[in-house]
Design a protein around this ligand. Structure first.
Ligand code: SF4
Length: 75
């Protein structure tokens, strides 16, 4: 029974950053640092592509605020 809860918590939404578009502005990190970090060169790096349900709204805000339209979400 507890396993079902864990499965639901892993999230059904997936996120990725198109590295050829990302310019390292950092808005995504400001809005959702749990999901968006930076690589060694200052570009966005996804911590885990599966978005926890409680962070879905923050990820959507990051999508809306990325100036390069580099963030993609799959449902
Ligand atoms: S906001 Fe967009 S362009 Fe800026 S670091 Fe994040 S993904 Fe890259």
């Amino acid at each position: 029974m507890a396993r079902e809860g864990l499965s639901a918590a892993s999230g059904r939404v997936k996120v990725r950053v198109e590295s050829d578009r990302c310019q390292g502005h950092g808005q995504c990190n400001l809005l959702c640092p749990e999901v968006f970090q930076f690589d060694d060169q200052g570009f966005a790096r996804i911590v885990d592509e599966r978005v926890p349900p409680h962070l879905e709204d923050d990820v959507e805000r990051a999508v809306s605020n990325c100036p390069e339209l580099a963030i993609r979400v799959e449902r």
